[in-house]
Design a binder for this molecule. Sequence first.
Ligand code: NAD
Length: 366
Amino acid sequence: MVTTATKTAATDVVLGRMEQHDHEEVLFCFDRATGLKAIIAIHDTTLGPALGGTRMWPYASEAEALHDVLRLSRGMTYKSALAGLDLGGGKAVIIGDARTQKTEAMFRRFGQFVESLNGRYITAEDVGMSTTEMVNIRKETRNVAGLPEEMGGSGDPSPVTAYGVYCGMKAAAKQAYGSDVLSSRKVSIQGGGNVGRYLAGYLVKDGAKVFITDIHDDKLAAIKAEHPAVTLVKPDEVYDLDVDIYSPCALGATVNDDTLKRLKCSVIAGAANNQLADESVHGKAVMKKGILYAPDFLINAGGIINCAWERNGYNRKAALGQTEAIYDTALRIFKASADLDIPTYLAANQAAEHRISGIREAGLRF
Ligand code: NAD
């Protein structure tokens, strides 16, 4: 039986979580006909509409999905703020298996839920999604980015994200080793998906020694065929490799108590969102271990920068140019971290919060 007390407790689970980091809105979406189960979280719209991708993943529980979407949407607020974009932070998750459960109807129904938010949330691609899904979502709402170029869109954001990660990695190398040349560096990439495989391409071209892993052998085989110089490793081996740079490009929380005991790298620089399992704990722990952590939301902003350009008339060259600025922003954040003796994630958070509060206090909010 559901008592009043249980109902209150259940409400606290969501509203209490929203209160923790000032999330503005969370929309739960369910549709029996298409099997859609999704959650859209809008974290902060001070700087503009909340733009952030949709992730499709077979979450073990609703609580896990909610946890992910709240963390990811907050990350988007900070990411756009640091990248200098006039966008807020939001994200969506669809609970399901991206390999077997996608249908046109499901994504059109999801598009209707996005439309119901009246432009406060704009969706795009994330893990498990492709431009095909964006096209189906677009049938029901204009509030979608990452459409194919032939539809006037910016296409898959992943190559631009990978380029930004590469620029951020070079900045981290400059800070850690005094040179941003990667040719002599050993780099391990976790996740040979959309971003990982493009990143591998940049690194191989520079002459870096690249180790790459994925849970799907077909993806690894395709990367090996494209870049024969890479070394393939098993998923669990990635934390024990003797490398200079660890690049998480799969899922979040891979920098944690367990992996920190194993990692031998001196730089962490990758695309995955929310790499630190617990920001305050593991942000300090990496610093103590002498590892330079390039904050994920700082160096993986290429995709959002690319999507933002789609809204104002897409210009690939301009998007890549703005993405390159990640290099300078990263150096600025590393310097602030060193000057203030605080973890890099905190220096990046503070810079983002400074911009947001300045706009809010001036009464200029979206
Ligand atoms: P993707 O789904 O194309 O690739 C992720 C890959 O990681 C998949 O191939 C998957 O099989 C693999 N993987 C999952 N768990 C793994 C594990 N334990 N060990 C090894 N491999 C594993 O996603 P993507 O678009 O390449 O994004 C990668 C990461 O970067 C995600 O965290 C995403 O949120 C983040 N990101 C992506 C973009 C973008 O433009 N695509 C932008 C910003 C951030």
